[in-house]
Design a binder for this molecule. Structure first.
Ligand code: NAD
Ligand code: TYD
Length: 338
């Protein structure tokens, strides 16, 4: 039986990855989920697995050497999802991004090398490359991260690589594009717009809404991670994406149509500082090993919209308190469409 340490497993992608592991391996896997439970960590995401004997939740910080060193001898594979992950928050207050995304990754890497971990997957992001107007980034391209979030992720990405080169730690680094799916905190574009539209609230579009992201269904990302654990080469970086590039205006249009809501909810607000225009990754490296995304984007997006429509219990209680304060400060309305 393979034993996983999943960090940040109470967040969006981490919790989907834990579901993925149990679906794929059933009893033949053991998962320890180490999560600090920041505003983005939510044990509701894992209600269906919390009582399983092969699942253990540990509330703790990846920056805490003591906890990390206690857990590490009991696992074979580490998948590090734990991070501060929202660009807008990193613009207002980068502190925790540096602490968790860089120093936390260091604490995990140190403990991993001392315990002969069989595989260490550092979940990086396509944002480490920065923006690209034409073409797509290859794994060998220069990193030019433009937000404190992506710069922190780039730091951890290269630190993980250094542990392969220097200590021969079997590291794999993944750089995935934007994910969508169930259990995504409703501050990110898709869950924010879907839940706002359901509540007949404005959809705050930054700038001209023509920024482009390559949207991948979260379960395809999870599948790619497990594929690389099995087939990836140690010390290598792999881009992950679905080739589903969409402008924010197209995403908005899709959501409004799916929910049968009026265009008048579209509200143009002040642009994000340092807003990257387009992300695009060349995924030929992972595809040459035999991986492809399995989900049809239109269907998976429609199912995602439905999931939020049918699971108000999950997100309604998240859009309160500190969330609303952040929301008020972040959005400066420019104009609305009719
Ligand atoms: P998320 O914000 O939903 O979840 C992050 C989780 O990490 C939360 O459960 C939080 O409680 C936990 N956490 C934060 N600080 C911690 C700490 N110090 N110690 C332990 N746990 C801590 O993020 P997500 O969208 O699920 O992203 C997961 C990872 O994937 C991140 O590393 C992110 O950079 C990367 N990534 C995300 C996307 C995307 O589209 N969401 C795309 C590519 C890469
Ligand atoms: P986001 O989900 O924050 O992901 P990232 O910035 O990491 O790619 O944002 C996706 C795109 O949507 C990005 O171009 C910013 C834009 N956006 C808005 O226009 N309005 C919003 O309220 C949010 C959260 C994002």
């Amino acid at each position: 039986m393979t034993r996983y340490l999943v960090t940040g497993g109470a967040g969006f992608i981490g919790s989907n990855f834990i579901h993925y592991l149990f679906e794929k391996f059933a009893d033949d896997v053991h998962v320890i989920n180490l999560d600090k439970l920041t505003y983005a960590g939510n044990l509701d995401n894992l209600k269906d697995v919390e009582k399983q004997d092969n699942y253990q939740f540990v509330k703790g910080d990846i920056c805490d050497e003591k906890i990390v060193n206690e857990l590490m001898p009991n696992v074979d594979i580490v998948v590090n999802f734990a991070a501060e992950s929202h660009v807008d928050r990193s613009i207002g207050r980068p502190d925790d991004f540096i602490k968790t995304d860089v120093y936390g990754a260091f604490v995990l890497l140190e403990a991993a090398r001392k315990n002969n971990i069989k595989k260490f997957v550092q979940i990086s992001t396509d944002e480490v490359y920065g923006s690209i107007l034409d073409g797509s980034f290859k794994e060998t391209d220069v990193l030019e991260p433009s937000s404190p979030y992506s710069a922190s992720k780039a730091g951890a990405d290269r630190l993980a690589f250094s542990y392969f080169v220097t200590y021969n730690l079997p590291v794999i680094i993944t750089r995935c594009s934007n994910n969508y799916g169930p259990y995504q905190f409703p501050e990110k574009l898709i869950p924010l717009f879907v839940t706002n539209a359901i509540e007949d609230k404005n959809l705050p579009i930054y700038g001209d809404g023509k920024n482009v992201r390559d949207w991948i269904f979260v379960m395809d990302h999870c599948d790619a991670i497990q594929f690389l654990i099995e087939k990836g080469q140690e010390g290598q970086v792999y881009n992950i994406g679905a080739g589903n590039e969409m402008m924010n205006l197209q995403i908005t249009d899709f959501i409004l149509k799916a929910l049968d809501k009026p265009k008048s909810l579209m509200t143009f607000v002040a642009d994000r500082l340092g807003h990257d225009r387009r992300y695009s990754v060349d995924t030929s490296k992972i595809r040459s090993l035999g991986w492809t995304p399995k989900h049809n984007p239109e269907q998976a997006m429609a199912e995602t919209v439905n999931w939020y429509a049918e699971n108000r219990w999950w997100w309604e209680k998240l859009k309160t308190g500190e969330y609303l304060e952040f929301y008020k400060q972040n959005y400066k309305v420019r104009y609305k469409t009719d």
